[in-house]
Structures are given as C-alpha cells and as structure tokens.
Design a protein around this ligand. Structure first.
Ligand code: GDP
Ligand code: IMO
Ligand code: MG
Length: 429
C-alpha cells in the first residue's frame, strides 16, 4: 500500500488536522514527520473539538495506529499531557496505538529557555516563534549534540546526557543571554519519569513503516506547518526549523520515494499567517477583520497553539503554484470556502509586481519578496450560506467558478472542499 501525504500549501493552519482525520478513516497508520508541538491541529467530531499538538490526528479513529517519526522534535512533558487529556476522553493512547521512533530528537526545558532568550534578543526582528524550543532542538540535532528518544531505554545514559546538556546550555543562557540557569538535577529527575512512561512506545520507525507498507497497510503522513515555513523553501529566516514539505516526509519517516502515492496539498480559500515575515497579499482593515472573524467562533483565525490573531489576506495563487512545484502536489483540498460566503466580490492574487515588472513566480529571496505587490484577479462572490451543502452541483455557480479558477491557474485538480469544520462538512469533487 502507498504512503500518502498531507502537506500544508501555505503558512500553516490550512486545516491539515481535519483533512487527516477525514482520510484516517481509510488508513491503517498515521505518522507525523516534522515539527513538534509548535503545531496545533484542530479536529471537530460531532461538535467535540480536539486540539492536537504532537500526537497524530489519526488517534481519534480507534482503528488507526499512530507514529511520531524521526523528523519530529518531541517534548515529552507535552506529549504526556496530551496523552492524558486524550485518555480522559476515552481515547486509547497505549503503546499498541501510539509509537515513537527511537531516533526522534527530544526538546528539553533548555531548548525552550533558549528559544525565549533568542526571540527576546531579536527585538523588532523577532521571528515570532511559538516559543516551544523548536529552533534550538533542531540546532542541536544538526550540530550532532541532540538527545534522542532512544535514551528512554537507557536511564543511566539519559541522566548523564541530560546533566551534560543542561550544564552546557546553562553557560549559554547565563553568559550570553543573562538568563537564569536551569536546575540540572530537577530536569534529570523529570526525564527519568518521562523515560519510564514512554519507553514502551519506542519502535524502529523506518523498519516498522517498511514492514507495514510491505504487508499492505496504508500510511498517511500528516504534515505540520506549511510549505512557506519550510527551512529551505519558505520565507527564510521567518520560517520554522524543519522541512514540512513532501521531501521532509521521506527524511522525517525514513521511507523511500517508491512508496509514495497521493501528495495532497491543503490550502485555505484565503491565506493566513501567524508570526513575522513577508506576506504579499496581506489585508488590513475591515476585510481582514471579516476574514479573521472576531474570535467568537472556534474556527476564527486565532492560533491553536499560541492564541495569537493570525494575519490574513486573499488567496495567493503564486504561492500555491510554488507549493505545487516544490511538493509535487497531485491534488488540492481547499478548506474554509464557507468563510467567503456573503462577499460581493473575491480577489485572488495571481501575479506579483516587482520593480515595475509582472512576475508569476515566487521569488526565493526576502528582499525581492518584500518588494512584491499583489496583482489581483477579481471574481464575483456568492451570498448563500454553503455550510450545509454537500454536492458540488448544489454550490452557488460563483463558488463552483472560484474552485475551477484555482484548479485552472495552479494546474492541480481540487479534489475536495470543506464548508465547515465538521467531519461531514466536505464536498468531494
Ligand atoms: P492545521 O494546523 O492545518 O491543522 O489547522 P488548524 O486546526 O490550526 O486551523 C484550522 C481551523 O479551521 C480549525 O479551527 C478548524 O476547525 C477550522 N476549519 C477547518 N476546515 C474548515 C472549514 O472548511 N470551514 C470552517 N469554518 N472552519 C474550518
Ligand atoms: P500547524 O501545524 C502556523 C510559525 C510560527 C513562527 C515560525 C517559527 O498548526 O500548521 P517555531 O516555533 O516553529 O520556531 O516558529 O513558524 N509556525 C506556525 N504557524 N501553524 C503552525 O503549525 C506553525 N508552526 C510554526 O508562528 O512564525
Ligand atoms: Mg494549526
């Protein structure tokens, strides 16, 4: 069976969690391959809202096995809290159902303290990170000094490595950032507890997944973040420290490209971004407030992880074409079409004006991107509430035209649109 992928095609929060939940119904294994608890994935099941940060969204389906892959950075304290919250709601999070790849890197309190200190030091140039320790944990991984989940099976080695890690980070925290040092003994004691509770979840990720795929089981890779937060392909340095793109799936799970099936890009019917960095089609004023919502509805544009109001703008097809290119998207799933109901006209950014020239591609350098002005096409809107619509033919003609326009301009078929957060609020095309 193939490895299918769900990839954020914008700046995150496209609705990957809800799409994963939908596809998980026909999947055996759901895997996270990148990021950590910077992710916030919302799944709504018959009015019940689940907010997942580290555990794959497939966990809500009792028939699905979940795995946290090697590309993830894992904060064990957050994972255990998330497991406890799910268990309280009757969801089985035993080692049978939730596995952790042995070579997954760990986030410690020192990584979080460093993330905070570095962001504070950046002042006006702050990235606007989620302060979850993501960047410092990936920095340790690439510097080859990271701590891996395999240590959960070796308490003595874990204690030694935590002591050395905290001692080294305390030097940086106190001498470079003037921050408070951490108590190495306390951190070591906490991690000894975490190890006891999590060691039975450890597996050899690539071997486990290879065997599953060869035995005919299906695997779904659940993206976190989005294409334009990718360390290489995003709006560097206003990005995260991992590869949320399709290439990241292969590295982050240890599965070969021959196994890949569908590469499904998830995009909102407009654009949102949380944190700093360029955003060519960004809106402010009344239309921004209209798209963001006032915060009274669960799906309004406020961060699942940090609660920050998200920046919003019209749909940017220059970005979607770039996402299609980089990820090799085979299809698009468009979410939140319902939010556009009631507008007389809808704008779509289809090119940029850069230094007097019109370009239809996404410049990879920030200085150019920051000078890009959006060039809009204007499409007629629709007034009808579409949240109860379930068939393409029942959508207002202008909504159908909007979907077709996106497919035509990106060259990627739109295979589904969602018109509300609920499991059933989906139109398959
Ligand atoms: P993720 O990080 O990509 O999983 O997305 P988030 O969960 O952070 O943000 C998406 C938000 O939009 C969540 O509150 C979802 O419940 C909500 N949502 C997803 N699809 C739809 C949709 O079609 N319509 C509406 N109104 N809300 C949606
Ligand atoms: P999901 O999976 C939206 C953003 C942060 C910041 C930048 C770097 O829910 O789509 P980090 O803490 O990763 O070092 O922050 O990346 N960011 C996200 N934005 N959705 C996410 O995840 C994000 N994860 C990180 O806001 O701008
Ligand atoms: Mg999110």
């Amino acid at each position: 069976m193939p490895l299918d992928m769900i990839i954020g095609a914008q700046w995150g929060d496209e609705g990957k969690g809800r799409v994963t939940d939908l596809l998980a119904a026909q999947t055996d294994i759901v895997a996270r391959f990148s990021g950590g608890d910077n992710a916030g994935h919302t799944v709504t099941v018959q009015g019940d809202i689940f907010k997942l940060h580290l555990i794959p969204s497939g966990i809500i389906h009792s028939s699905v096995t979940c795995i946290i892959g090697n590309g993830v950075v894992l904060n064990p304290a957050v994972l255990l809290r998330e497991m406890a919250a799910l268990a309280e709601r009757g969801i089985d999070v035993s080692p049978n159902r939730l596995k952790i790849s042995r070579n997954t890197h760990l986030i410690t309190p020192a990584h979080i303290a460093l993330d905070k200190a570095k962001e504070a030091r950046r002042g006006n140039e702050a990235i606007g990170t989620t302060l979850r320790g993501i960047g410092p944990a990936y920095t340790d991984k690439t510097s080859r000094v990271g701590l891996r989940a395999e240590l959960f099976a070796n308490p003595e080695e874990l204690a030694d490595q935590i002591q050395a890690h905290i001692a080294e980070k305390n030097e940086v925290l106190t001498k470079i950032y003037g921050a408070e040092p951490l108590d190495a003994d306390a951190v070591a004691a906490d991690f000894a507890q975490f190890a006891q509770q999590l060691r039975d979840h450890l597996v050899d990720g690539p071997v486990y997944l290879d065997k599953a795929l060869r035995n005919g089981r299906s695997v779904l890779a659940e993206g976190a973040q989005g294409t334009f937060l990718d360390l290489d392909h995003g709006t560097y340095p206003f990005v995260t420290s991992s590869a949320p793109t399709s290439g990241g799936v292969l590295v982050g799970l240890g599965v070969g490209p021959g196994m890949v099936g569908r590469i499904l890009g998830v995009a909102k019917a407009f654009t949102s971004r949380v944190g700093g960095g360029p955003f060519p089609a960004e809106l402010d004023g009344e239309m921004a407030e209209r798209l963001r919502g006032s915060g009274d509805k669960p799906w309004d544009e406020y961060g699942t992880t940090t609660g920050r109001p998200r920046r919003v703008g019209w749909l940017d097809l220059v970005m979607l074409r770039h996402a299609a290119r980089i990820n090799g998207l085979t299809e698009l799933f468009m979410t939140k079409l319902d939010i556009l109901s009631g507008l007389n006209e809808i704008k779509v950014c289809n090119a940029y004006q850069l230094d007097g020239q019109t370009i239809d591609f996404y410049p990879s350098d920030i200085p150019s991107l920051s000078r890009c002005q959006p060039v809009y096409d204007t499409l007629p809107g629709w007034q009808e509430d579409i949240m109860t619509t379930r068939q393409l033919a029942d959508l207002p003609q202008n909504a159908q035209n909007y979907i077709q326009f996106i497919a035509d301009e990106t060259g990627v078929p739109v295979t589904a649109v969602s018109v509300g957060p609920g499991r059933d609020q989906v139109i398959h095309l």
